[in-house]
Write a protein of this length. Structure first.
Length: 344
């Protein structure tokens, strides 16, 4: 029983102290790590029949962790990238356990030897300009919810924000009164960045504030986008965003043949990134604009942009076509041709 308590005491310290206060991980990161460790415990309980009070560090070794990772892929149909993330979380937890108790150093070192799997290249799906216009035209802006949804999608595209970043947005994060309107976004790791807004987007946001956050009762700490339940305002959920974007995407398919079969929120971030890259924004600046910690992550947009590759190929073909073919010296000279062939 003591061993089981040691395991859960270490688990509690990792989730409630180490991650949020010592590592200063964001709330979303802590939540993601907690879900991974919950899935590990669920696997032990449901698949191995081990009661929670009997879970101890002695149950874990390299073979068990590999078995768990394989189960995630075969039974839960997780991708290689998701498998690698689960392995990374387990490495992190057992590294912390080894810091607390050197007896766990062996399992920590063994997990470091488990290789990650090669991940297939991601296919970045984005909207063409005509598809984007068709999507943004779908909300019925005569209805409050329709106008809110239109402003949400417009702001998401213009700022290239993650869906969670917009949902966490507060009224005070908008700066519309200055000559150059901006928005403060809090991304992964609680890193804040300042993003410029187009004037038309700022105008939509100003009108949205007047309708949904009247100045006489405006509170800067309120969520910018919200839903109302039982007379109270709540932070709008990502499920709600996915629902109305899926609906608008299906409606737009009848008007625009370029509209993909499924539209989801992150496509607007991809779409804005591709458009900025095509317009000449350097990858280093685009990486900062998107809030990427590593510019290597931003290179996916360079790989994804087939139109720029096609344009470069066509430009090369045109350049080669502009060079006139060199005519052979013997053309229209039968006597020289005979000499070259040894007939003279």
């Amino acid at each position: 029983m003591k061993q089981g308590n040691d395991f859960f005491q270490t688990l509690r310290g990792y989730l409630t102290v180490f991650l949020p206060f010592q590592k200063c991980c964001s709330e979303n990161t802590c939540k993601a790590y907690r879900e991974v460790l919950n899935s590990l415990i669920d696997y032990l309980h449901n698949e191995k029949g081990i009661a929670l009070q009997h879970i101890s560090f002695e149950l874990f070794d390299e073979a068990f962790v590999l078995e768990f990772l394989d189960w995630l892929q075969t039974t839960r149909n997780y991708s290689a990238s998701t498998r690698n993330h689960r392995l990374m979380v387990l490495r992190s937890f057992f590294r912390y356990a080894a810091m607390i108790d050197c007896a766990q150093l062996d399992i920590h070192m063994r997990l470091k030897k488990i290789p990650t799997q090669n991940e297939q290249g991601r296919v970045i799906k984005f909207l063409s300009e005509s598809a984007l216009k068709a999507l943004l035209a779908q909300p019925d802006i005569s209805k409050p919810s329709g106008y809110r949804n239109m402003v949400f999608m417009t702001l998401m595209y213009d700022s290239a924000a993650r869906c969670s970043e917009l949902l966490d947005l507060r009224v005070q994060d908008l700066r519309l009164d200055s000559r150059h309107p901006t928005i403060y976004l809090t991304g992964k790791g609680n890193k804040m960045r300042l993003v410029p807004l187009m004037l038309q987007t700022a105008k939509h946001c100003g009108q949205y504030l007047e309708q949904f956050h009247p100045e006489q009762v405006r509170n800067g700490s309120d969520y910018l986008f919200f839903t109302v339940s039982h007379g109270e305002r709540h932070r709008m959920s990502s499920d709600n965003v996915e629902y109305f974007m899926k609906k608008y995407g299906e409606q737009a398919q009848c008007l625009c043949p370029e509209m993909p079969e499924r539209v989801h929120p992150h496509q607007l971030r991809h779409t804005r990134s591709i458009h900025l890259y095509r317009d000449g924004m350097p990858l280093s600046l685009l990486s900062e604009f998107l809030g990427h910690t590593n510019v290597e992550t931003t290179k996916i947009y360079a790989y994804a942009d087939t139109e720029m590759k096609r344009a470069a190929i066509e430009k090369g073909e045109k350049a080669r076509g502009a060079i006139p073919d060199i005519e052979p010296a013997w053309k229209n000279d039968d006597e020289m041709l005979r000499k070259l062939c040894g007939l003279r």
